[in-house]
Design a protein around this ligand. Sequence first.
Ligand SMILES: [Cu+2]
Length: 124
Amino acid sequence: MIRTRARSLAVATAAAIILTACGGGDGDAADSTADGDVLAVTGTDELLWDVETLSASAGTIDFELTFEDGVEHNLVIEETDEVVAECAPGETVTGSVELDAGTYTYICTIPGHESRMVGELTVS
Ligand SMILES: [Cu+2]
């Protein structure tokens, strides 16, 4: 009995360590400034991106866009004219785009936003 319980505890502890490790990896992927698979960007009520430089690996690049309450935004790759995502104020949406290595500009094309909501995406 006692031996079985000790083994169960050991297995549970090992599982907890593995889960913790996975959680840390997800956190890194969501970091907009890292070479993660998901680039998290917020469009603010002040008509700005919260992150103005991003980097990613060539291929499929996933974005997670959050738009603050008051204003509608979208995210477009200027060089390719691809709309990565658009959504209503207060929403978070995901979108993806295929890009080769290079330097790209991501903008919001809502009239009046384009001059302020400009960021640089480096794909390597
Ligand atoms: Cu905008």
